[in-house]
Design a protein around this ligand. Structure first.
Ligand code: CA2
Length: 145
C-alpha cells in the first residue's frame, strides 16, 4: 500500500514558531516519525509540502493511479479551497484530513473545512500523532499492504 502525505502552507515552519499551538517538533522530525510508523505498519509513504494551492492540486492529480491513500493537512487552505476539494473528489483516492491543533476550539473560520466532504475521516487536535492515526485509518480501510 502506498500512502501520500501532503502538507499545505507554513507547515514547513513547524517547531520554528508558535510551539504553543503546533508543538516543538520540526517538519523534518515529523516526516521521520511518519516514515518510522509507515515502516512498522508495512506501507510505503511519500511526502509533499507546498505553500502554493496550485502545486497542491497538481500533486493530488499526479497521485491518480499510483497512490492508495492520501493523508492531507492543507493548512489554511482547509478553510478556503474549493480547488483542493475538487481535486480530491476528482482522483477519488481515500483521503484523511489531519489538523495538529483543535480547529474547533480556535477562531470560527477554522471550524469550516472545504475538503472534509472528500475525506473518509478527519483527525483533529491530536498533535502530530494525528498523522499516524490517519495512516492507520487508511490501512484499516484499505486492508492490503
Ligand atoms: O492545526 C492545523 O494543523 C492547521 O491545519 C494548521 C494551519 C492552520 O491554518 C489551520 O487552521 C490548522 C497553519 C499551519 C501553520 O503552521 C505553522 C507552524 C509553525 C509556525 C507557524 C505556523
Amino acid at each position: 500500500m502506498k500512502i501520500l502525505v501532503i502538507n499545505g502552507p507554513n507547515l514547513n515552519m513547524l517547531g520554528i514558531r508558535e510551539p504553543g499551538i503546533y508543538g516543538s517538533e520540526t517538519y523534518a522530525t515529523l516526516l521521520d516519525k511518519i516514515s518510522a510508523h509507515a515502516k512498522k505498519r508495512g506501507v510505503s509513504v511519500d511526502f509533499f509540502q507546498s505553500n502554493h494551492e496550485g502545486a497542491l492540486v497538481d500533486r493530488i492529480q499526479e497521485a491518480f493511479g499510483s497512490t492508495d491513500g492520501i493523508v492531507i493537512n492543507p493548512g489554511a487552505y482547509t478553510h478556503t479551497s474549493i480547488a483542493l476539494l475538487d481535486a480530491l473528489k476528482a482522483v477519488a483516492i481515500p483521503a484523511v484530513e489531519v489538523h495538529i491543533s483543535d480547529v474547533s476550539k480556535r477562531e470560527a473560520f477554522r471550524s469550516v473545512s472545504y475538503i472534509r466532504d472528500a475525506c473518509i475521516g478527519s483527525v483533529i487536535g491530536h498533535g502530530t500523532d494525528g498523522y499516524l492515526e490517519a495512516v492507520d485509518m487508511l490501512i484499516e480501510r484499505g486492508g492490503e499492504k
